[in-house]
Write a protein that binds this ligand. Sequence first.
Ligand code: ISL
Ligand code: CA
Length: 557
Amino acid sequence: MNKKWWKEAVVYQIYPRSFKDSNGDGIGDIRGIIEKIDYLDELGVDAVWLNPVYQSPNDDNGYDISDYKAIMDEFGTMEDLEELMDLLHERDIKLIMDLVINHSSDEHQWFEESRKSKTNPYRDYYVWKDGKEDNPPNNWQSFFGGPAWEYDEQTEQYYLHLFSRKQPDLNWENPAVREEIYDLINWWLEKGIDGFRLDVINLISKDQRFLDGKAPGLTGHEYFANGPRVHEFIQTMAAKTYGNYDAMTVGETPFVDKDEALKFVASDRKEFSMIIPFEHLELDRKNGWEKISDWKLTELKKLMTDWQYKLQENDGWISLYFCNHDQPRIVSRYGDDGKYRKESAKMLATMLHTLRGTPFIYQGEEIGMKNINFDSLTDFDDIETRGYIKSAQKSGELNSAEILEIANYRSRDNARTPMPWNDSDYAGFSEAKPWLKLNSSYSEINVEQDLKSSDSVFKYYQKLIALRKEYPVFAYGEYKLILPDSENIYAYLREGKDNNLLVLLNFSDQLSNFDLTKEDELNSVVQAELILTNYSTPVEFSIQGELKPYEARVYIY
Ligand code: ISL
Ligand code: CA
């Protein structure tokens, strides 16, 4: 068992634009985060991951960086960021920055030079190609809809952009680009930050043949995801930068299954501390954006279990999450956002904090926030959602009410509405009208409420975090699935050096029976102590029993 600080940590993700506005312009900022450090401390988290705060024209809310060594004006100054870092460090909270190095903004000086002429010294910082007659160089599609190539009149060539046309992909084949990136990573590490979350980092190596894509899903991904030199690039970057620090690195990796994952995180490969998996959040999206697909708990259990076993057998690690700034709220997907909102929020949290990996909490999740209910398509801000709305309108299969319904279910804006601190005007987020509409539930679901009430979702998260600190088995225990066939209950063990956990999670709104008599590991267990439950009546351990709707129990033995 290889001990690391980041295996024992709980990470809290902050979307700065929506966390807290300190100066009344309706936009969250760094001084707003500083105002809320006590709150983070009270929750008990060990690290904060900030979404991008660098200079950016905000075509994709900071994921289009125009200067990697400057702070976005709306968010504050470099001094503010340094102050935030120091104040976090005083409380023993680490600071993880987002690093977007697959692409930059088209307003980055490198790109402004690059597009000037074919002989500009920065030309090869990006991927430029001739078209095929009047068409783009190949059929690759952008994540945000439409072709991944943009024609540039100036030099009559196309440049590659896997995201928006204002996010041109950097050309990692060019050693000068790689050197620039090492330089900026080291610059930040020298400043004293504790690690990085690396945006779409498995897309950096493109197959240089630039062939047309044929695989189902986003066209071309077999040539740009997990490409030929991806591990070579990452290993060299690690060795020249964060590998020389006690840093935490989290690779964001779409299109990665458990076998591919291992290549990024097996400890002997020295690439990342962990990656961000996607498969467990694709269960309700198997038939594309426009249709919510049915899924079964047995599918989720199998998927989680396959990943857990694979990584633990090979000393690999993973981030555990349901929510982030790209994902709708989990109670509205895998839980119940009506009658059992609190119970299901706590049950899902129990799962995240008791599997093997590092739990990530996304702002608002700790108070059980649910999805939005926007009443007009024009309320949506997110570039991805707007792309999907456009193509749904074009395809004509859904009417506008149906498009609105699915956008409310899927949109990344679900995660991005301003943090509801209280029930006052603008929810205590700002004194001015916020940049994005509030979640209409804010008068009932807000931080003030949760801090007041003894059985709140917040208080439950607090307990989960405290338990992780008390018992090393939460971080280091071996995972073992039990009751694999149960259709309502996800149950597993974590087997540690000093003690073991038994976790029972009811994913349904029905009373559900369990029978553990056939589980060998539990046969000799007569006494197990209940250390956590989301119902008020504690239940003694018994080998057979039933769980209430969305009940979660954690026993230690
Ligand atoms: O958000 C998604 C699903 O709703 C993904 O398709 C997402 O675009 C993909 O996971 C990459 O995400 C990351 O890079 C993007 C940025 O827009 C996302 O916010 C970021 O997390 C481009 O930098
Ligand atoms: Ca502000």
